[in-house]
Design a protein around this ligand. Structure first.
Ligand code: MLT
Ligand code: MN
Ligand code: ZN
Length: 304
């Protein structure tokens, strides 16, 4: 099976429209060794033409254009995207749903009850889409059971609850519930290999630790290099941790976590435009390389 990285950046993308940090400004001017990235999303396929979209980024239309495999052109109106699964209700993971409204049939949408509630009330995307293609809501239970998502019959998806927060717009932002955010173990039933995906990972709970240990490939939160990165650059009043993201460097950081994992590939995704690892020649990149850690880029493909 194939896992294609459609977007590898955090919310805002790289470069971010209103940002002139050294990375964003340097990329626009061509003065740094870095490539542009769209907002975080992946697609999963067994046969190369039917795809499950995991998160629907605001950049979805550009991502579909950049990945011709997502348009198999079997009919005058067609898409390789068969269904969408959401890991949370954050703006950078859900607003692309509105761009899929021209479908002829309701869009199968897999998400937890918490996420479906936010998307029918506080940010009523599913109600709005009711006036276009409609949504076929498939609630995901967090009960330790894996699910299959047609037409991917040889793949299982196991949701892992994450200790994090609902989005800033959610009425339960400060009242966290299991199901506000999930990680996902994607297992190829044929090869037996699995990948753990968690673009927003703030805390390594025992359950997350166990899921990461079992995975052959890790595709996890690469938002910030240091916890106070955005504070220090004057870009935000929040630390990475306050936003539900575990920084890479420092004690207990993602590099330390990944060091103890047996996975054959360790890849960072959801990279914020402030992060120095976006520069191919940054010393922080050499540190990652020494720990066997890769940095995702749009269009990267993972075979499982
Ligand atoms: C996050 O990952 O913390 C959020 O997506 C931030 C945002 O809303 O842009
Ligand atoms: Mn995000
Ligand atoms: Zn920037």
């Amino acid at each position: 099976m194939k896992i294609r990285i459609l977007g590898s950046a955090a919310g805002g993308g790289f470069p971010q429209w209103n940002c002139n940090c050294a990375n964003c400004d340097g990329l626009r001017k061509g003065s740094i060794d870095a490539v542009a990235r769209t907002q975080s999303s992946i697609a999963v396929s067994e046969n190369g033409s039917d795809w499950l979209l995991v998160n629907a980024s605001p950049d979805i239309l550009a991502q579909i254009r950049a990945n011709p495999a997502l348009q198999p052109a079997r009919a005058v109106r067609d898409s390789g995207i068969c269904a969408v699964l959401l890991m949370d209700a954050q703006i950078d993971h859900v607003t692309g749903l509105l761009m899929l409204r021209e479908r002829a049939t309701p869009l199968p949408l897999y998400a937890t009850a918490q996420v479906l509630a936010d998307l029918s009330q506080a940010l009523p995307i599913t109600r709005v889409l009711g006036h276009y293609c409609g949504i076929d809501a498939r609630p995901i239970a967090i009960d330790g059971a894996a699910l299959t998502i047609p037409p991917l019959h040889a793949t299982t998806f196991l949701p892992v609850p994450l200790r994090s927060k609902a989005p800033p717009y959610s009425p339960h932002r400060d009242d966290p519930h299991p199901g506000d955010n999930i990680g996902l173990t994607i297992r190829n039933g044929t090869s037996g290999e699995s990948l753990f995906y968690a673009p927003g990972l703030g805390e390594i709970t025992p359950q997350v630790e166990a899921a990461m240990r079992r995975a052959d490939v890790l595709l996890v939160d690469g938002t910030c290099w240091s916890d106070d990165e955005m504070l220090a650059m004057g870009l935000s009043r929040k630390t990475a941790r306050m936003m539900g993201h575990l920084a890479q460097s420092g004690p207990g950081g993602m590099i330390e976590v990944l060091d103890r994992m047996p996975a054959r590939r360790k890849i960072l995704i959801h990279i914020n435009n402030s992060n120095p690892i976006l520069r191919e020649d940054a010393p922080q990149r050499a540190v990652l390389a020494a720990h066997g850690i890769e940095v995702a880029v749009d269009g990267m493909e993972i075979d499982l």
